[in-house]
Design a protein around this ligand. Structure first.
Ligand code: PEP
Length: 265
């Protein structure tokens, strides 16, 4: 089983010029190293994915989305096979911003995960609740996280067989903690609860062994300050980093922090 810790950068719709993108990639590439225990995946906008000498990279390329069909009359879409051809190994699927702004449903996400697997890409599937768990007047937890996460997970993996499921990377990304500039963050304890819950569902859907093998990452306002806690305390197999991945020195600090806590360094 591949035990590599994954650190994934999601640049979203940034930066605005190729020059800036190339500079960012160059600085990040120079600040990290290829290791057998940690894999760094950078997911820039599609337009910056081409033209790399893959042999010189200390990171792996990923995309932020793909279409569910391999080819055809789908104006504006990008096929997973095109991404594979450019050297991508991963693709983010089902990000909450795709759900919110582009109307992606669980059914669409399921089709995209299957299409990515068919093209031999590893889907980075994001799930998470919109708002923090709520409690009733007697203080009883209404389990919003559990209900939403369970539904999203079950629908996303529907029809995916046991021999493909461990190519799917699952990211617990509570929407309320994404790009949080008002100080709301997901604690390592909350992240751990979510990880254990996801494992429980995976055990039911597949098996205990597979639930142990499938990587579960955390995403949402990760910084150099909190990154190691999500791995050490919450037991996550890696991180999905948005805003902080656009700052080369911050992102390199996140990666280096993970080198430091990796047992095999
Ligand atoms: C994201 O949206 O995937 C993400 C992780 O964003 P941020 O780190 O900015 O919260």
């Amino acid at each position: 089983m591949d035990k590599k810790t994954l650190i994934i950068a999601n640049w979203k719709c940034n930066p605005l010029t190729r020059k800036e993108a190339e500079h960012l990639l160059k600085v990040i590439n120079g600040g990290i190293k290829l290791t057998k225990d940690i894999e760094v995946v950078i997911c820039p906008p599609y337009i910056y994915l081409s033209g790399f000498n893959l042999k010189t990279l200390n990171f792996i390329l990923g995309a932020q989305d793909c279409h569910w069909e391999q080819k055809g009359a789908f104006t504006g879409e990008v096929s997973p096979l095109m991404l594979k051809d450019l050297g991508c190994q991963y693709v983010i699927v089902g990000h909450s911003e795709r759900r919110r702004y582009f109307g992606e449903t669980d059914e669409i996400i399921n089709k995209k995960i299957k299409a990515a697997l068919k093209a031999r890409l590893k889907p980075i599937f994001c799930l998470g609740e919109e708002t923090k768990d709520t409690f009733d007047s007697e203080g009883k937890q209404l389990n919003e996280m559990n209900l939403i996460v369970q539904e999203q997970l079950e629908k996303a993996v529907a029809g995916i067989s046991s021999n493909r499921i461990n190519d799917v990377i699952i990211v617990y990304e509570p929407v309320w903690a994404i790009s949080s500039n008002n100080g709301v963050s997901c604690s390592s304890d909350e992240a751990m609860q979510a990880r254990l819950f996801i494992k429980k569902i995976l055990s039911k859907l597949y098996s205990r062994r597979l639930a142990e093998e499938i990587k579960i990452l955390y995403g949402g306002s990760v910084t150099a300050k909190n990154s190691s806690d999500y791995i050490k305390k919450a037991g996550m197999n890696g991180l999905l980093v948005g805003g902080a991945s656009l700052n080369a020195s911050e992102f390199i600090r996140i990666v280096k922090g993970v080198y430091e806590i990796s047992p095999r360094f």
